[in-house]
Design a protein around this ligand. Structure first.
Ligand SMILES: [Zn+2]
Length: 172
C-alpha cells in the first residue's frame, strides 16, 4: 500500500495516481460529502459540536440546520446566535473545495513518503490548478506541526488516525 502511494510521486503519471487513489481511498468519507463531514466532526468534536465563536459546547444549545438548501454540516449556536460548521478555525476554513476532496488530498499526501506536487495532486483528485495549490500548501503547512492538521483536541486529528492505520498495515 505504501509503495503504491510512493509511485504517485515517482511516477508523475496520471495512470499511476489514479491506481493509487483507487486502492487507498475506498472509505465513504473520501467520496461522499456528508460522510466526510461526519468523519471530520467525529474527530474535531468528539463530545459534540463546539461553537467556534463563543465556545458553547452544550449539545442542547447548538442546533443542526436542516433544509433542502442548507449546506451540509451547518449549525447554529443558541448562545451567540451565530452559524458555524466544523471547517471554521481549521485548515478547511474558507475553502470551496468539498471536504471529501480534502480528505483524499490529505490521505494521499500523508500516505506518500515522496513529495507530491500541486500538479500531481491536481490530476490525482481532479480539481482546478488553483484548488490543488491551496490544498497542497495548506496540507503541507500542517505537515510540519504534528498535531495541528485540524487544530484538533489531542488524538483528534485525522493525521494520527490515517498514518497509524497505513503504517500498521505495512508492518503486519
Ligand atoms: Zn456561540
Amino acid at each position: 500500500m505504501l509503495s503504491s502511494a510512493n509511485q504517485v510521486a515517482k511516477g508523475n503519471q496520471k495512470a499511476s495516481a489514479a491506481t493509487t487513489m483507487d486502492s487507498i481511498l475506498i472509505a465513504p468519507h473520501f467520496h461522499n460529502e456528508q460522510a466526510a463531514y461526519d468523519y471530520i466532526e467525529a474527530r474535531l468534536w468528539p463530545n459534540g459540536p463546539v461553537c467556534p465563536h463563543c465556545g458553547n459546547a452544550n449539545p442542547k444549545r447548538v442546533y443542526t440546520l436542516k433544509g433542502k438548501t442548507t449546506r451540509i454540516g451547518l449549525r447554529k449556536c443558541a448562545e451567540c446566535k451565530k452559524p458555524f460548521n466544523v471547517k471554521l478555525g481549521t485548515l478547511f476554513e474558507g475553502s470551496h473545495c468539498p471536504l471529501h476532496i480534502w480528505l483524499q488530498a490529505i490521505q494521499l499526501m500523508y500516505s506518500s513518503k515522496q513529495y507530491i506536487s500541486s500538479r500531481q495532486l491536481q490530476s490525482a483528485v481532479s480539481v482546478s490548478k488553483r484548488a490543488a495549490w491551496v490544498l497542497v500548501h495548506r496540507i503541507r503547512g500542517s505537515l510540519g506541526s504534528k498535531d495541528d492538521l485540524f487544530s484538533a483536541p489531542a488524538n483528534g486529528g485525522i493525521k494520527t488516525v490515517e498514518v497509524d492505520k497505513s503504517s500498521a498495515r505495512r508492518e503486519r
